[in-house]
Ligand binder design. Sequence first.
Ligand code: ADE
Ligand code: ZN
Length: 331
Amino acid sequence: MNNLSKMPKIELHLHLEGAAPPAFIRGLAKEKNIDIGGIFNEDGSYRFTNFWNFLKVYEAACEPLKGPQDFYRLTLAVLEESAASGVLYSETFLSPDFCGGRDLGAWREYLHAITEAATKAEKDFGITLRGIVTPIRHFGPEKARETARCAAETAGGFITGFGIGGDEKSGELKDFLWSFDMAREAGLRITAHAGEWKGPDEVRAAMNDLGAERIGHGVRAIEDMALVDEIAERGVVLEVCPGSNVALGIYSSFRKHPIGEMYDRGVKVTINTDDPPFFHTTMAREYEMLHQAFDWDEAVFATIARTALDAAFCDADTKTRILKTLEQANG
Ligand code: ADE
Ligand code: ZN
């Protein structure tokens, strides 16, 4: 037994709806009499066969999440679970698509409920949350514009960033440039899912076309070592989600996952869960699996947590406060 599960952690890549425990979604569906049958295994876990099917199941699981109060409950439940894994600070992807259908007035109400829950969780569990507004790539660039408008109108304070998730094979990143420019002009920091289902060129597009300072996943940069070195030199931060990549079959095991080689090569990697109940993981489990795969010790994990905090999109005062707690805990 080691202390990894208790170590203070910083998470930068977590989808709020993707963090919904299946029992929570089943309970909501029952309360509201909504039939979302077929998305659960016999043991109650989420059922999906591959990434594209996962996206469908994800959207079906969002069906019973119908109003701000549901997102209040969801946020509290998710943050309690993250805090139990030792997470001090978390950034979560929020999609106006699932929070009021990209209507600005509705989005404000959902956001109000989510921030209320975050404030309560900070008091009760000692975890701090910030939000990254995230269009869904396969919903297309037009919807992303509406999402960017929601992001720009609510930028600052709790909403710190803008990203993009969903099916990486749908369209081109540059189709979303208008939305990213709008978000950037509103002062939001930029991240983008890339190099999960497409290769090195997609990571280059995220860095060069969108100006992303962080990349969601980015692991397939490993297929081009010149790109890996460029990522390291430019200090672009990778939001790596090893358990997600293994669960979705991109790599056959933690040992075969490129995070070890990237870390050794000087890339700023961070450790994240993506959609933890879907992938049967937690931040504590990610640490344990990485320890087993690469023999990483507490010093490595402390370095990675510090990298993640440095790359966080929150304001300087929040960062200083979290850093104090991190340093106290890591000695
Ligand atoms: N949305 C939720 N999880 C995702 C993932 N792993 N990749 C892209 N979009 C997602
Ligand atoms: Zn993700």
